[in-house]
Design a protein around this ligand. Structure first.
Ligand SMILES: C[S@@+](CC[C@H](N)C(=O)[O-])C[C@H]1O[C@@H](n2cnc3c(N)ncnc32)[C@H](O)[C@@H]1O
Length: 328
């Protein structure tokens, strides 16, 4: 199902993430409600800006998820068990992973998977210097497309770690499909440790995606700078405003870029017209209750345990693969 190529020099398995970028970008910008896939935020600069977002007072998810992990690490590590292959989807700087690495006995290997190739390579290099005895096999890939995992011996249990409420970037239908894909990836006895963001008051949500220092605005506009560089386009990022709204019906934060004026943009022979006030929808971040999250996981997984913080802002959950659709 998955294909990839191994780069022996950098020890990173690479899958071309650029092929198809132009097609996906033009497809999104051709819609009535213009969209851009949020995965294209993450070039090196985008990943660095995301790291800055994680430090912001307003951005509660990172520190809350980290505190849940810290407060329950013994229990979490016990659920995951020993001798596993730990596969992290959207690993970024592997910040929360260090806690797991410190507490998982006899880890078989760690496989960080990320679309942000350069950032992944330096994060993996840094991690290897901190954990010299750990086998680290980074995979540079768009995980929504087919990719290979490094081989393991039969019998090594695969656990996917998917923190950061990155699952929230998918619509509910897409999230259900992606959960099905994870269940395929981990094989018979695998598990899933996942972080998801809980529904909360609108004010807290909006502030987290529209901070006072304007870092999230820079992050949002960086997608245009990246498209200019990689797809030979001529967007003027300063001619757009960053906007975050809470879509209550869909239980999600949406990030948009609002055009300040009528404008025309050219990209590799294509012409895109954007009217004043028109928006490009760049990101969704869906918020769940434990019940609504169970709706997307239960066809494939059994919920073993859920941990949350005292204010119930965020949840971390461990799930194991169902062997029978009738059992939960
Ligand atoms: C919200 S950040 C979370 C980072 C980190 N896991 C955390 O919890 O702080 C999303 C991460 O997923 C990566 N990512 C987003 N879409 C991806 C895709 N389609 N394939 C692979 N990586 C992706 C980004 O590069 C980024 O590192």
């Amino acid at each position: 199902m998955y294909s990839s190529k191994r780069n022996m020099e950098s020890n990173t398995t690479e899958v071309s993430v650029h092929s198809g970028m132009l097609k996906e970008v033009l497809e999104g910008l051709g819609k009535t409600q213009k969209t851009l896939p949020s995965k294209f935020f993450y070039d090196k600069r985008g990943s660095e800006l995301f790291e800055q977002i994680c430090e912001l007072d307003e951005y509660y998810p990172t520190r809350t998820e980290l505190s849940i992990m810290k407060n329950n690490i013994g229990d979490i590590a016990g659920q995951l068990g020993s001798g596993i292959q730990l596969i992290e989807l959207g690993s970024g700087s592997s910040l929360k992973t260090r806690l797991l690495l410190d507490h998982l006995p006899n880890l078989h290997s760690y496989v960080p998977v990320d679309i942000s190739n350069d950032f992944l390579s330096s994060a993996a290099e840094q991690l290897q210097s901190e954990y010299p005895n750990l086998e680290i096999n980074p995979v540079s890939a768009d995980y929504t497309k087919p990719f290979d995992l490094p081989d393991t011996n039969e019998g090594i249990r695969r656990i996917v770690y998917y923190p950061g409420s990155t699952i929230g970037n998918f619509t509910k239908d897409e999230a259900g499909d992606f959960i099905a894909l994870i269940s395929e990836l981990i094989g018979k006895n695998g598990g899933l440790l996942i972080g998801f963001d809980l529904i909360k008051d609108r004010e807290t949500l909006i502030a987290a995606y529209d901070d006072e220092k304007g870092i999230t605005a820079q992050f949002n506009k960086n997608i245009l700078t990246r498209i200019n560089r990689e797809l030979d386009a001529n967007f003027n990022p300063d001619a757009f405003d960053h906007k975050a709204i809470f879509n209550e019906e869909k239980s999600r934060i949406e990030m948009h870029l609002v055009s300040q004026k009528d404008q025309t943009v050219y990209m590799m022979g294509s012409k895109i017209t954007i009217a004043e006030g028109e928006t490009i929808h760049t990101e969704n971040s869906h918020k769940y209750s434990p019940e609504s999250f169970r709706e997307i996981t239960q066809p494939h997984f059994r919920t073993e345990k859920t941990w949350t913080d005292e204010n119930e802002l965020f949840a971390v959950q461990f799930l194991t693969k169902k062997h029978s659709v009738l059992k939960d």
